[in-house]
Design a protein around this ligand. Structure first.
Ligand code: SF4
Ligand code: SF4
Ligand code: SF4
Length: 580
């Protein structure tokens, strides 16, 4: 590999040919601020449009300042990042962005998380030098998941990169011209009337308050204060390894016990772990896979627990609705069991039960309202909070999460295995299914429960698992662009897989659109993933079918896995949607 030698701030630097000035500076410990730049190294996610100019530097012999995120460093280049010209140029870029920004930071949903705000502080901006004309676009709150406020858009194009290149959905692009230019759907359609999957990855990377989640915190407070309601809550696997970040804890700290304690402090009537429903999902999904294998059913079978993925294939592959598993997602299965089995056991009218979910995900908000998932016109889940919203709720209530003692979930629908917790990461659902399918197909005990060949963060992975003399071929994809490739292979008759796991978010739910902002730091995703696997290792039971509470649920209420009651309550159907 060719090496380039250059000088930055008087320090010699050697980097591989092709590196940017920004990358070279980082190598020698020189920090250059960035805003539009996004580099999720490891996922191949790079936004290098150089539109904001917040990273400009001085290059010897040039009149114009250079955007360090996009400009490659060349042999003998002499760069100054700390000259008055460079610093003034960067500050001016921020001042210009602020000149037509709404500047309502105190009430903005991204307050204290906004990268424009942080950069203003870092660059020493102390006055709004120029007062420009403000945009006056309507705020789009048409979906159950996202809010789009174009007035706060700084045209960094990060969302566009995410939506078009990573997710290949193509909802967001630059629209209008000149002063009116913003990013949004073609023809300025409402988000609700597009093929948006509600994955929330645009929200996860938007540096300002232009893209945020629908806030349901007030509705949950009102439910908790309504004496006529019995309020039940569930918490998804990926929350426990991320929520601590909102309280100053290290990324990847496992906080399962603190989560249970915090929910009790807020006064929920029953607190359940979605991990229980993840085990339930495996009972149904593994049964369906075994059934398809043994009865010549449609293969490959695709997992169906990610609602953004479900909406993606409904829009993009409406001719292939018979290949995904018919299983509802764990959040909906939990809601279904709470409003039937639990309500019956407790003598409650399901109409008075409010099911609240805390999820790493924005798509789960829209999923809860899907009519296909309701039973007798009653939604299985009523309200969904993201990890960030739940953190905000705890802050409002003054709960010091980081010093809480460890508590326990209620047991009726609370017991779970290690197989359930790994649902939180890419590869986890199919590994959990393989643990159970192996024992069911062979009748033998699986001694080595960890399938290391299914783990990792590469966008598309494949592995073969020997189940006696049957070779089960498994595919895994995270990120919808990767999923699209596997789907196209199936459509073209080129797929050799029996089962495929898909998660819409890079990394799976640990990188979900509702998780604490990672600001492009891939190390945070890796630490969350390590924590998920550590939680699995700490469990006494690590296979879903060993869950004792689940055995009681089947014997008392559901009957056989994949039987008629299970079908009625735990399975769903898909709807062909327009490819807008
Ligand atoms: S939520 Fe996902 S699919 Fe929808 S606009 Fe954002 S990135 Fe695109
Ligand atoms: S909506 Fe956000 S991420 Fe997209 S271009 Fe505007 S500021 Fe950037
Ligand atoms: S991967 Fe997880 S967080 Fe992301 S959309 Fe799917 S279910 Fe939601």
């Amino acid at each position: 590999m060719a090496i380039v030698k250059a000088k930055i701030n008087g320090i010699d630097v050697e980097v591989a040919s092709g590196a940017t000035i920004l990358e070279a500076a980082k190598k020698i410990g020189v920090h250059i601020p960035t805003l539009c730049h996004l580099n999720l190294e490891g996922f191949g996610i790079v936004n290098k449009v150089a539109s904001c100019r917040a990273c400009v530097v001085e290059v010897e012999g040039r009149m114009a300042l250079a955007p360090s995120c996009a400009e490659k460093i060349t042999e003998g280049m002499v760069v100054r990042t700390d000259s008055l010209r460079a610093i003034t140029g960067r500050r001016m870029a921020i001042e210009l962005l602020l000149s037509n920004h709404p500047q309502d930071c105190l009430v903005c949903p991204k307050n204290l998380e906004c990268e424009l705000q942080a950069l203003s502080q870092e660059m020493g901006v102390r006055e709004i030098k120029w007062i420009g004309e403000k945009m006056d676009y309507p705020i789009d709150k048409t979906t159950a998941s996202l809010v789009k406020d174009p007035n706060k858009c700084i045209m960094c194009r990060r969302c566009e990169t995410m939506c078009n290149e990573v997710q290949t959905v193509g909802v967001l692009s630059g629209i209008n011209r000149g002063f009116d230019a913003v990013v949004g759907p073609a023809f300025n359609l409402d988000m609700e009337h597009t093929a948006c999957t509600f994955c929330g990855q645009c929200v996860a990377v938007c540096p300002t308050g232009a893209l945020t989640e629908i806030n349901d915190v007030g509705k949950v407070w009102r439910a908790l204060n309504d004496e006529t309601k019995h309020v039940v809550v569930q918490v998804a696997p990926a929350i426990r390894v991320a929520i601590g970040e909102l309280f100053g804890m290290e990324p990847g700290t496992v906080t399962t016990g603190q989560l249970a304690s915090s929910l009790r402090r807020l006064g929920f009537d029953a607190i359940f772990d979605t991990d229980f429903a993840a085990d339930l999902t495996i009972m149904e999904e593994a049964s369906e896979l075994v059934h398809r294998i043994e009865h010549g059913g449609k293969l490959p079978m695709l997992t169906s627990c990610c609602p953004a993925w479900v909406k993606f294939f409904e829009h993009q592959f409406p001719d292939m609705l018979d290949i995904p598993s018919s299983c509802k997602s764990p959040q909906i299965m939990m809601g279904s069991m709470v409003k039937t089995y639990y309500a019956k056991k407790m003598g409650l009218d399901p109409e008075n039960v409010v099911m609240v979910s805390i999820m790493p995900c924005l798509a789960k908000k829209a999923e809860a309202a899907r009519p296909e998932l309701a039973k007798d016109d009653l939604n299985n889940v009523d309200l969904v909070l993201s990890t960030r919203e739940y953190g905000a709720m705890l802050h409002e209530a003054g709960v010091q999460f980081d010093v809480l003692p460890e508590g326990d979930f209620d047991q009726l629908l609370g017991e779970s295995t290690g197989a359930a917790v790994i649902f939180g990461t890419t590869g986890g659902v199919i590994e959990a299914a393989a643990r159970t399918a192996y024992e069911w197909l062979t009748g033998e005990e699986l001694e080595k429960v960890e399938f290391s060949q299914l783990r990792g963060l590469e966008g598309i992975r494949s592995a073969s698992v020997m189940i006696k003399d049957f070779e089960l071929n498994i595919g895994i994809a995270h990120g919808l662009g990767n999923a699209r490739k596997l789907l196209e292979d199936i459509r073209d008759g080129k797929s050799h897989f029996h089962a495929i796991e898909i998660m819409a978010c890079p990394g799976g739910c640990i990188g979900g659109g509702g998780q604490p902002y990672h600001h492009g730091d891939i190390e945070i995703i890796k630490k969350r993933q390590e924590a998920i696997y550590a939680e699995d290792r700490s469990k006494v039971r690590r296979k879903s079918h060993e869950n004792e509470a689940l055995k009681s649920l089947y014997s008392e209420f559901l009957g056989e896995p994949y039987g008629s009651t299970a079908h009625e309550l735990l399975h769903t159907r898909y709807v062909a949607r327009e490819k807008i």
